[in-house]
Write a protein that binds this ligand. Sequence first.
Ligand code: CAA
Length: 387
Amino acid sequence: MKIGIDKMAFATTSEYIDLAELAKVRGVDPNKYLIGIGQSEQAVLPPTQDIVTLGAAAADKLLNERDRERIATVIVATESGIDNSKASAIYIKRLLNLDDYVRTVEVKEACYSATAAIQFARGQVALEPEKAVLVIAADVARYGLKTAGEVTQGAGAVAMLITAEPRILAIERTSVAYSQDVMDFWRPLYATEAMVDGKYSTNVYTDFFKHTLSRYEKLTDRKLDDFAAIAFHLPFTKMGKKALEAVLDERDDQTAWRLRKALLASQNYSRRVGNLYTGSLYLGLMSLLQNDPDLKAGERIGLFSYGSGAEGEFYSGILQPGYQEQLSNVAGDLSERQLISIAAYEQQFNDQLGMNKADVEYDVSADPARFVLAGQKNHQRQYVDKQ
Ligand code: CAA
């Protein structure tokens, strides 16, 4: 029985900044951001949005009545949790009006955990093929104003339905997970921004990619030539290029040409949104599927998932006929966003800290999103469905 990704949808914020403009304000050559890091635009999170509202917005785009009836579990993968105890999946399940007879959990291992969620979901669907699992990867990447990581911030969510007989990607049997206790990026419970050893983290990422890919090749007898494309976790788009070049090792044949072209297609959306942490690999996959016109059903896609701390996984899937029709319109959503000034972004960045108070109220009228965070009452987050 085939099991894998049946549908995918993406949601992000309605506002963004231009990173060439940020570079000017920070006194940096814009080409460092645009070419050196490979980011052009960045989603800006208003105080009225968080992982719950973004996750609900992404999932709402893909669910029809049949899906609602067969969802057995909702798993939210995130490293921007809004509560140390309660799972964000419970809030999302309520906003989506899903049945109460649904399991709801949150999973964490930095940017990697959506991949773990998909693997767990495969197990549940193998046991109950008539059921579906809703996996939501939702995050807000915050490094802090004027930090080296600032240019790699971002926000958004990817929702995926994992089912039998999937219509996007049938996941293949062999996957290779690899983990080591490494301090390349972390966020202590008391910190609102990530701490990161940036250069070190890029080296660990590349090492983990090489380890997992070479073991996968050994276990399956497959080579790079067997892939139509590889989708990468994209904390910033240059990272994918660094990892791919590390294994292409200056190859200049048809395979290398194909994988480089596919990488470009996969970087398109991340370049305009920024790091989504758990969702980045899957936004990269959506970007690949919507921007590489040469891909065909039946071809094999490799996926490399990485989460600092650190855990990596390389796995693969076979593209299914009609896969394009099961993806939300990401380019359309991105073109509807509003450009804001760097001063307005800085103000919004600092406004997030309002949620550290027991009671706070936000004006939700300026936020065009359907699901919004109206504030906090007696330490309880107040989510509103405007429809
Ligand atoms: N024109 C063109 N390129 C330029 C340039 C210019 N004027 N000026 C600099 N560059 C290039 C540099 O040559 C460099 O290229 P290479 O990496 O190919 O050598 C690139 O721009 C970056 O320049 P620096 O090395 O000087 O960058 P930096 O010190 O400002 O830091 C960073 C870059 C480490 C990525 C930093 O943004 C950061 O810490 N980001 C957060 C951490 C991160 O994303 N790590 C990724 C792996 S961990 C992970 O994947 C998990 C996760 O999601 C966080």
